[in-house]
Design a protein around this ligand. Structure first.
Ligand code: BG6
Length: 469
């Protein structure tokens, strides 16, 4: 079916501070947990040693080039840009009494530039980083005091930017602490289940407190959560596989359930008991959790399978987690299985479950790009991937899903979160920088740049039937 996306639909791209900004200690910025992950989330157990190179120290230098980049996004017709604020630019240690004015001023300029180009900001409060001091001196989110520090940070940025920024997200892929505790919560990756779930609880309370603050400070604002949409299919229709699938999906849906409903789902009682976890949940926490989000946002890159059969060892890589491979799907160069139909499935599934507006805030293909002798980048594979996913998004809209927008991941090449590579490129805009940090940082429009521009201008009417490129 040919769909024209709704007029109010927000089109754009999504980024994260630590993957684009660079200038990791400029203007009083404090170190963040990401600054000591030179090998990315997957290498979190090898923290930075003296003299180690971290590509994120410069990243793509958005800190100095944001005007040029935002102008390029505007040229593509973006009506929305997702960025994150680096918490450690605003509160360098996380527990500081006063915010860092230079850090606040940087985002003033970024938002002014977006305003100039009529681009709606979508801002993540915490995208895979927290001030390193909080990880080192408080054991990250396992310490209840982080709720207060986060509240103060959220209040500061709501007050400062709320006149222009109306769309907010609390924690990027809040379910990540299940798989990468350091990246998600500043905890050692080998922490106990007790520590992990207590940290998750503190984040859920902090998220709800930010929701309440946002509603108070920005009455016309909207604030959502952000889930890693890790949809699992049963590997077979064996009842044990079905049950396993239900349980695995509940692992990540639990976060949405708490954030959308305001309390823990009943299935968590048994789960925590089986894990031997006793959560400290105060009456104040229960009250705080009642502040529920306005919309559900999520990242979507792939689906995976669940199997109750321990001999099923054919694993597929994923963004931050591993799952059983689906024999019906192809995979990207990084082994992420490609499933456009899964996006329609997930949108319907989430809408059925929550009956709340949804927002796709990440989707894209990480691939190696080659620059031709004449300086062009013919990224038909990326066009194919995005086209086929957007066709399914259109189908979901036809199915009746209330979808606010779509921001593809990495509209400009940026540093990979899992592997800290530049060569894993997602962008419509090529950035001349390699994995060792060589390159001029020059920006070049790829073939997909012109393709996405046409998709936005035609509100999806230019999309082709899957497999037509
Ligand atoms: C998501 C993250 O998991 O996937 C992003 O929110 C990340 O930060 C994206 O960049 C793609 O993953 P990667 O590892 O290819 O950068």
């Amino acid at each position: 079916m040919k769909t024209q996306f709704p007029e109010h639909f927000l089109w754009g791209g999504a980024t994260a501070a630590n993957q684009i900004e660079g200038s990791h200690i400029s203007d009083n910025k404090g170190l963040s947990t990401s600054d000591i992950q030179p090998f990315g989330s997957f290498g979190a157990l090898h923290p930075r040693q003296e003299g180690d190179f971290n590509i994120k120290d410069v990243a793509i230098d958005f800190y100095h080039r944001f005007k040029e980049d935002i102008a390029l996004f505007a040229e593509m017709g973006f009506t929305c840009l997702r960025i994150s604020i680096a918490w450690s630019r605003i509160f360098p240690h996380g527990d500081d009494a006063q915010p860092n004015e230079a850090g606040l001023a940087f985002y003033d300029q970024v938002f002014a530039e977006m305003k100039k180009h009529h681009i709606t900001p979508l801002v993540t409060l915490s995208h895979y980083e927290l001030p390193l001091h909080l990880a080192e001196h408080y054991q990250g989110w396992s310490d209840r005091r982080l709720i207060g520090f986060f509240e103060k940070y959220a209040e500061t940025v709501f007050q400062r930017y709320g006149h222009f920024v109306k769309h907010w997200l609390t924690f990027n892929e809040i379910n990540i602490t299940l798989h990468h505790p350091f990246t998600g919560s500043g905890l050692p990756d080998d922490c106990s289940e007790q520590t992990r779930y207590q940290a998750i609880h503190h984040q859920l309370v902090a998220s709800a407190k930010a929701v309440k603050l946002c509603h108070e400070i920005i009455p016309d604002g909207q604030i959502g959560n952000m889930l890693l949409g890790a949809m699992m299919y049963p590997l077979t229709c064996h009842p044990d596989d079905m049950m396993k699938t239900l349980q695995q999906n509940r692992e990540w849906l639990m976060f949405g359930d708490v954030q959308a409903r305001g309390y823990y789902p009943s299935y968590m009682t048994r789960k925590l008991k089986e894990l031997g976890v006793t959560l400290e949940i105060t009456e104040e926490d229960k009250e705080a959790l009642k502040a529920t989000i306005d919309f559900i946002s999520f990242s979507y890159y792939m689906t995976g399978c669940a199997s109750a059969d321990p001999s099923q060892q054919d694993k597929a890589n994923g963004n931050m987690l591993q799952m059983v491979a689906n024999p019906h799907l192809d995979a990207s160069e990084w082994g992420w299985q490609i499933d456009p139909t899964g996006l329609r499935y997930l949108l319907n599934f989430l809408y059925d479950r929550y009956q709340m507006p949804l927002f796709i805030v990440e989707n894209g293909l990480g691939a190696v790009d080659t620059v031709t002798a004449s300086g062009e980048i013919e990224d038909d594979y990326r066009i194919q991937y995005l086209n086929d996913h957007l066709v399914q998004v259109g189908e979901a809209i036809e199915d009746g899903v209330d979808l606010m927008g779509y921001t593809s991941w990495g509209p400009i090449d940026l540093v990979s979160a899992s592997t800290a590579q530049m060569s894993k490129r997602y962008g419509f805009i090529y950035v001349d920088r390699d994995d060792e940090g060589n390159g001029s940082l020059k920006r070049t429009r790829k073939k997909s740049f012109y393709w996405y521009k046409e998709v936005i201008a035609s509100r999806g009417a230019s999309l082709k039937k899957p497999g037509r490129f």
